[in-house]
Design a protein around this ligand. Structure first.
Ligand code: ZN
Length: 493
């Protein structure tokens, strides 16, 4: 009887803990919705001119302690201009990104209003990539404003985040998005063509897109309504507490779906011979992270096959996977991991790219190991070999080789960025995993997720979450890798 009582008591405690955790994460979601700015975008896509016309209203509150003279938006669509100083891709990727030759795009504004009054806006930044909207008299702390932007985006013919191609239209980083406010100032960072140079806060979205009939849309958020109107169809979406809003549009999409926990997982494809396998990978990874890290709070998760010059790209509730890429299933798993790290738990992807890339890559290796698809030890040996070989080559040509994990703009090329964020990032997390063991690793990650979801977490917070569970010594593993002072193991063949 005592044993039974024990079990009953234990079960009650377990249920109570679970309920407390669910209540806690529900509250965090509610707070994120309440504290997020609100975007309403009414857009239409013209498939003859490849343009998106939109009216966008942003209701924002100054949550900093400073007063702002102007409100700043990133306008990444301008990076596709012919005269962009910093082209959207490095030269080595140009042929992949523009298989049909050069093509250009941009964003132009018809009007900008603040609280209903037209204002004289400016396009700023060294590369015309920041929209500055004056706040007459200053936007003081806790004060709100409504900004209305009317604009047209011309899409380039490109296999990139934003552009059209023979199979799909990618609408990633398409609309003007508020700059993240850091220490009471807008962080009007420029675009970099290495990595994902985006830092944004979670916000709430109501987006409608009108298209000619015959297209299917894979999107962030939840479809709330669709209606036909004289040959065009309008789709309305809502998304709460998401870091960005993206879409992939195609007239060729097939769709298969499955439910995982409280989330409907949709796979949109046109050229995948084994769609069930890809859907199973997305669902498997979602289950794996639901169980080990924390519950995915959104009702939809969409995986879209598309044309892109890298393996894939992550957005909240939506990932782009490059058609016919060599590591398709790995890309599906990696981009799914980003739903947690980048999406739910944000980080500064310019200064600390290893935080989301290294972790998403390592979680992919752990998942592939758990399914028996490929052993962790084999993938880690391969990472080690790549990293050691790269550093070895650098050592032959340079003195005092910088092995630190740096901001995007300090890597000499895309290859070096990949090696230091994905490969060395994986080695870092694997060293922590091997040192502290599986149980403490997952416990630390859960704590980090619980603590930092819906925020932009600094690297110190990640390290602190591991130190709380695993002891302060774990901090030296992180610091040695980040600073480039790590002592790395031997490569075995
Ligand atoms: Zn990634």
């Amino acid at each position: 009887m005592k044993k039974l009582l024990c079990i009953v008591v234990t079960a009650c405690i377990a249920v109570a803990c679970c309920l407390a955790l669910v209540a806690c994460s529900t509250n965090k979601l509610k707070d994120a919705v309440k504290n997020g700015d609100d975007y309403t975008i009414v857009a239409s896509y013209d498939d003859a001119s490849h343009t998106v016309s939109a009216v966008q209203t942003v209701s924002l509150t100054n949550r900093s302690e400073n007063s702002f003279d102007s409100v700043k938006f990133h306008i990444y669509a301008n990076q596709y201009r012919e005269d962009a100083q910093n082209p959207v891709v490095p030269n080595v990727y140009r042929a992949k990104a523009y298989p049909n030759g050069d093509s250009w795009g941009d964003i132009s504004f018809d009007s900008v209003k603040v609280n209903g009054t037209p204002v004289a806006y400016t396009v700023e930044g060294d590369d015309c990539d920041i929209l500055s909207v004056p706040a007459e008299g200053g936007l003081f702390p806790d004060k709100s404003a409504e900004i209305e932007l009317t604009y047209t985006i011309t899409l380039a013919n490109t296999h990139h985040r934003l552009g059209y191609n023979d199979n799909t239209v990618n609408l990633g980083n398409w609309y003007p998005v508020l700059c993240h406010a850091d220490n009471g100032n807008y962080s009007a960072t420029p675009y970099y063509n290495i990595g994902d140079p985006f830092v944004s806060d979670v916000a709430n979205y109501n987006v409608s897109i009108s298209l000619p009939e015959g297209y299917t849309v894979a999107s962030t958020g939840e479809l709330t309504e669709a209606h036909n109107n004289n040959g065009s169809v309008t789709y309305n979406y809502t998304a709460e507490a998401v870091r960005d809003f993206a879409m992939v549009i195609s007239s060729k999409f097939n769709k298969i779906s499955r439910t995982v926990g409280n989330t409907v997982v949709n796979y949109f494809y046109y050229n995948d011979a084994e769609p069930e396998t890809s859907l199973a990978t997305a669902c498997g990874m979602l289950e794996f992270l639901n169980k080990n890290v924390g519950a995915y709070p959104y009702s939809q998760y969409n995986v879209a096959e598309t044309e892109f010059c890298y393996g894939g790209m992550e957005y909240p509730n939506l990932v782009m996977i490059t058609s016919k890429s060599a590591s398709y299933q790995e890309a599906v798993a990696h981009e799914t991991a980003h739903q947690w790290f980048y999406g739910l738990v944000g980080n500064d992807q310019i200064t600390d790219a290893w935080m989301d890339e290294g972790l998403s890559e390592y979680l992919t290796y752990l998942y592939l190991d758990s399914t028996g698809a490929s052993p962790l030890v084999q993938n880690m040996q391969s990472c080690l070999k790549t990293y050691v070989t790269y550093v070895d080559v650098l050592n032959r040509y340079y003195e005092d080789v910088d092995r630190s994990m740096r901001p995007l703009y300090d890597y000499r090329n895309d290859n070096e960025y990949v090696i230091f964020t994905y490969v060395k990032g994986s080695l870092l997390f694997n060293t922590v995993y091997e040192t502290v063991g599986s149980a403490k690793f997952w416990k630390s990650l859960k704590n980090y997720f619980d603590e930092a979801q819906f925020t932009v977490a600094p690297s110190a917070q990640l390290v602190q979450c591991f130190a709380q569970t695993c002891g302060e010594e774990v901090g030296t593993i992180f610091s040695s890798f980040i600073e480039g002072k790590e002592i790395i193991g031997k490569v075995t063949d």
